[in-house]
Design a protein around this ligand. Sequence first.
Ligand code: NAD
Length: 373
Amino acid sequence: MPLKPHIPKPESEHKRVGYAIVGIGKLSAEELIPAVRTSEHSYIAALVTSEENKGNAFARAFDLTENDVYNYEQFEELAGREDVEAVYIVLPNALHREYVERAARIGKHVLCEKPLGMNAEDAQAMVDACKKAGVLLMTAYRCQYTPEHWAARDAVQGGKLGQARLGKIKLLDSMHVQVQDDPEAWRLKKDLAGGGPLPDVGIYSVNILRFVLGQEPEWVFAAQHQPKGDPRFKEVEESVSAMLGFPGGVIANVLTSYGAMKTGTLRVLGEEGALLMDPAFPYDGLKVKITDDQGEFSPSFPEYDQFTLEFDHFAQCIRGGQQPWTPGEEGVADHIVMDAIYESIRSGKRVELKPVRKPDASRGEHKPQLPRK
Ligand code: NAD
């Protein structure tokens, strides 16, 4: 279990936001729970899991007691825990809606892993439930909180970064690919995952294209491959290629697969220069580079933990009563695009999307900042 060193509860705990982590799978165990080590505004107050021994081991490592560990049936008991102000849903995709709605009903703010739901309708119901209950809902898009992704967004929207110039943006391309080799994995079961690589890893490409452009696509055209005879792809696609048409004739490609070497990139071509993020999506080691006729420019940033940035952003929103930068509506927006991608695959036709007059209208404020190390 990768939980070293032992972290005591912070003295200023009452100022920090206490989270209950719901689901202790790979992401929670290896990334999220350890990330509170570098947190200024968040701490873990409770754990929800069906695996009692695992829960107790994590509780001991984080100075919690066995009383802070709940199973899924006991979830509603968190209502009586004033120190639990937010829950972080880290379960298979099909369970996100149920737990977001249960959290809203007991008055807890919710941070929910991506994809927000199984489709746009599902995700919108989650947004509505949280609004009705008066709690905040944030979609856990860690890539919208890193300095590298913000540098890319600034370059795309301003046409330059420092002295390096991109000029008018014309074309974008993002790949997010990895090998999924266990045919029994929940990620390959349609009822649990909602689809194959598209809602799991391709969503990063859809999300980052929308984020750097600050615009919503007007149309989508897509195709997929689902090999016959491969037990992994009985229910979901192996690969998807989608073209997204953004306002002003900007065209973006998304390529995602569970069948090829791990790759995660974003490339943006402007009239004067090119931007490359490679890699664009891992938990660390992100790189952003602009090449123009004067040479190459690559900004560097101090080390940070992406999940700490995400935890702390939501904690500050809770303290300030503000809408998060990636609210539930941001999760809905990606589902609208992914639903259109699947519709285009089914129909073989280009799918027109409803015009969005004010992109980013539902977002709260965010000033990118790095936590103290
Ligand atoms: P995982 O399979 O490692 O863990 C899933 C957890 O859910 C386990 O604790 C498991 O016991 C529990 N669970 C409850 N009901 C289950 C059921 N019916 N079937 C299977 N597991 C069940 O998954 P993970 O990689 O931790 O992913 C969890 C969520 O986090 C997913 O929504 C995924 O998309 C998201 N995720 C996000 C990132 C990111 O970088 N933001 C990275 C990985 C995963």
